[in-house]
Design a protein around this ligand. Structure first.
Ligand SMILES: CC(C)(COP(=O)(O)OP(=O)(O)OC[C@H]1O[C@@H](n2cnc3c(N)ncnc32)[C@H](O)[C@@H]1OP(=O)(O)O)[C@@H](O)C(=O)NCCC(=O)NCCS
Length: 201
């Protein structure tokens, strides 16, 4: 039975969130250079809606993100900085958007610095957000989408146990070309089964 609006709890975790190798926390003003180091790059922006950001644009984005730390109502987003526990390097960011309160739907996102790709950091950080989404946020389904050419992104979705639900062909224009988009999702029961089978995820 669908929940009535207003029945779902607001979520504001106790930060930082700690995983095996990483720490997830809200952004602070001191993060501008570290964020510019990846958001300023052409290769990182290739499949993002944004163009590469200038340093000033990064500063502005961070100003917004300092308040994007919890989910209180539909449309709210949490955008968290991901740091390594050993060196304290800011390696990227993960996000969770509350897309529907009534249907308990959320959407994930991720952007990591290329110097820190290939180590499983995005998988580890996003697993923590899935725990939060299906735990304290009590979501029913969490989805993610990406350009079909963004192999890194859809392969990450598959590592997280998400299922490919849709391939939209030429449904929009993206940076001057036809957009091919994948949608992936995971249901709460599917996530719980994965967690039960592999508690160390
Ligand atoms: C999408 C993105 C985050 C994926 O990064 P990634 O490094 O491939 O993902 P992970 O950090 O989970 O690392 C996984 C890789 O590390 C390897 N790995 C090493 N140690 C690992 C570990 N302990 N656990 C899991 N994987 C590990 C995996 O085998 C995998 O390598 P492979 O792709 O060669 O098989 C990255 O490509 C990115 O930031 N792109 C730019 C921004 C972007 O496009 N964002 C998405 C918009 S929709």
């Amino acid at each position: 039975m669908p929940r009535k609006k207003g029945m779902t709890m607001a979520v504001r975790p106790d930060y930082p969130l700690i995983t095996q190798r990483l720490l997830l926390r809200p952004f602070t003003r001191g993060d501008v250079d570290a964020v510019f180091a990846y958001r300023g790059r052409e290769d990182v922006a290739r499949y993002l809606f944004d163009q590469p950001l200038s340093r000033d644009e990064c500063a502005l984005a961070i100003q917004q993100r300092t308040s994007q730390t919890g989910l209180a109502e539909e449309g709210d987003r949490m955008v968290l900085a991901v740091e390594t526990l050993d060196q304290g390097d800011l390696v990227g960011e993960v996000s969770l958007i509350w897309r529907s309160v009534e249907a308990r739907q959320g959407e994930l996102g991720w952007i990591f610095h290329p110097s820190f790709h290939g180590r499983g950091y995005a998988t580890e950080a996003t697993n923590a957000l899935l725990d939060l989404g299906f735990g304290p946020a009590d979501l029913h389904r969490i989805y993610a989408r990406c350009d079909a050419r963004n192999d890194g992104s859809w392969r990450l979705m598959e590592r997280l146990g998400m299922r490919r639900e849709a391939h939209f062909r030429q449904h929009a224009l993206f940076k001057g070309e036809w957009d091919e988009e994948f949608y992936y999702a995971i249901l709460r029961d599917e996530w719980l089964a994965r967690r039960h089978a592999e508690p160390s995820l």
